[in-house]
Ligand binder design. Structure first.
Ligand SMILES: NC(=O)C1=CN([C@@H]2O[C@H](COP(=O)(O)OP(=O)(O)OC[C@H]3O[C@@H](n4cnc5c(N)ncnc54)[C@H](OP(=O)(O)O)[C@@H]3O)[C@@H](O)[C@H]2O)[C@@H](O)CC1
Ligand SMILES: Nc1ncnc2c1ncn2[C@@H]1O[C@H](COP(=O)(O)OP(=O)(O)O)[C@@H](O)[C@H]1O
Length: 485
């Protein structure tokens, strides 16, 4: 698991460790790790020339010390620096033969450029004096941000298009929210965390599960289990318009290991579910969790549709955990949200659905672009409004519990091929299984997003996937992840 901490926590943790170390030791560790990564990149790229953009703080000092090491190893090295430069780093650079300059054009020949303009001490936005530096970085250069891409806010938020967009970021011991949250994660590129010994017991701001975390968290049945104890999932999905959503959702719930699935739908999708998923049962009965919404038409008016919608509304009003997706989100109103459901609630909108939901429930005009610019802010608004956990789908999927300061989960496990119709229906079924097994909604959301993404990749590594193939890949994916202990 990777955990990201706020700037406040990171400074406090660094201070606590520095008090026990010799002066400069912590920075020396950071520099050693950074220089090793950059040396490897130069080698990968058959590159020789390395440059650094050196700001006035310790972030600039990290970059300049690392540059000195690379110069000692024989690389031509150029540093464009601010008027204020860390004394020790300047001396080390001069001694190693680094070219110190204030002319950004001098980085034109660089194969790798270190961005040491600003680190976690930064106020938001790229300073004016650094704009020409960033503009001068050659297109062909591999940009390694030191700690974080300058100009991007350490605690995340929205991407500053004028800031640095790195190919890679090297951070030290504790990741920061900027590294894991959308959309700033994109500005960081590939993340390397160099261990310099800093630790923190504080609750992280952001968590990300990795493959090795699955086996400890996935509900694995034991000898005393039967199908009811494993968890029964009720699926209210599909309508005469979107029949396939029911098949995808029910298939995924069965394939991810539900003890039993009870399907509630109108005749056309029910017929397809009968044919495609013989394991599913039909009709209302006791369940441990509900999935309400994939392919559900909240405005349908036939008697069958009204009966199905009545079950959906009962599920939303009832005490059992519920995943609310797609058409189910249209059934949410102030009454349901105000009631603060007794059971766990996991709302699973994509950006467009979240914008619509916020516009309707909060009476503000929110667009899809607004959500994509600041995903966490908007997901949190819905979580707080609804007293529910919000899973916001996208290339990075956020899982946001309600409550100030609650840890957010962020997963980026899926190939972009997963952006295909029906993939969300599969995720909803999988999440239903995890809620029915008793997992709390935020953990179910993060684990489900991870497994969904990995299943997409296993279904067809490196190529297009259809949603049904993702559902069919779930059993093998879970088994493979459970083998990683
Ligand atoms: N702590 C540790 O032990 C370790 C820390 N490490 C490294 O230290 C980094 C943090 O260093 P840091 O605290 O010096 O902050 P950093 O971001 O380099 O610069 C702040 C300077 O920039 C200025 N400034 C800020 N925003 C600005 C703006 N928008 N526009 C213009 N100016 C702006 C600000 O000015 P002021 O606010 O004082 O006016 C101040 O002069 C961290 O990211 C990591 O790389 C590692 O070595 C491991 C050990
Ligand atoms: N660019 C992307 N990269 C990876 N995964 C993505 C990307 N875009 C969307 N996804 C994932 O694909 C799924 C799409 O779900 P959704 O939009 O609800 O589709 P549908 O409603 O058609 O089932 C979500 O799990 C989402 O996280």
């Amino acid at each position: 698991m990777i955990e990201a901490h706020t700037v406040e926590t990171v400074y406090a943790a660094e201070k606590a460790l520095m008090a026990r170390l010799e002066d400069g030791e912590l920075m020396a560790r950071a520099v050693e790790g950074l220089a090793a990564v950059v040396a490897a990149r130069l080698e990968d790229r058959d590159g020789a020339v390395v440059a650094a953009l050196v700001g006035p703080g310790n972030n600039g000092a990290d970059a300049l010390y690392a540059l000195a090491r690379l110069a000692e190893a024989g690389h031509p090295a150029v540093a464009v620096h601010h008027d204020t430069v860390h004394d020790g780093a300047r001396r080390a650079a001069e001694a190693a033969g680094v070219v110190l300059t204030t002319d950004p054009a001098d980085v034109a020949e660089a194969d790798v450029v270190l961005d040491g303009i600003l680190g976690i001490g930064a106020r938001p936005g790229l300073p004016d004096w650094a704009r020409a530096w960033v503009a001068a970085v050659p297109e062909s250069a591999h940009v390694v941000a030191v700690d974080l891409p300058s100009g991007q806010a350490p605690d995340g938020g929205s991407v500053d298009p004028d800031g640095v967009l790195a190919d890679e970021t090297v951070t030290f011991s504790l990741a920061k929210p900027v590294h894991l949250l959308p959309p700033t994660e994109q500005a960081c590129g590939v993340l390397t965390v160099v261990d310099i010994g800093v630790t923190s017991d504080a609750a992280p701001a952001v968590r990300r599960l990795d493959h090795d975390d699955v086996s400890r968290r996935w509900p694995v049945p034991g000898p005393a289990d039967d199908k009811y104890r494993r968890g029964v999932v009720g699926v209210v999905a599909g309508g005469e318009g979107y029949t396939g959503a029911a098949v995808l959702c029910v298939t995924a719930a069965v394939a991810s290991g539900a003890g039993m699935v009870r399907y509630v739908g109108t005749p056309a999708p029910a017929g397809l579910v009968r044919a495609a998923v013989p394991e599913a049962t039909h009709g209302v009965g006791r369940v441990q969790a509900w999935v309400v919404g994939p392919g559900l038409d909240a405005s349908a008016d036939s008697q069958d549709a009204r009966d199905q919608l009545a079950v959906a509304r009962d599920a939303l009003a009832g005490p059992k955990p519920v995943v609310v997706d797609a058409g189910g989100l249209d059934l949410l109103d102030a009454t349901v949200l105000d009631a603060r459901r007794e059971g766990a609630t996991l709302l699973t909108p994509h950006a467009g659905e979240l914008a619509r939901l916020l516009s309707r429930l909060a009476g503000q005009d929110v667009t899809r672009d607004d959500v994509e610019r600041a995903p966490l802010e908007h997901a949190r608004r819905l979580a707080d409004l609804g007293g529910a956990t919000v899973l916001l789908k996208g290339s990075t999927t956020l899982v946001v519990p309600p409550g100030d300061g609650a840890t957010v989960w962020s997963q980026a496990d899926a190939p972009a091929w997963l952006a295909t119709a029906g993939a969300g229906d599969v995720l909803a079924g999988l999440l239903g299984t995890l809620l029915a097994a008793g997992l709390p909604p935020e953990e179910a959301g993060a684990l489900g997003a991870l497994v969904h993404g990995v299943a997409a990749d296993r279904a067809n590594p490196g190529g297009p996937v259809r949603a049904l193939a993702v559902a069919h890949a779930l059993p093998g994916t879970v088994a493979a992840l459970l083998r990683r202990v």
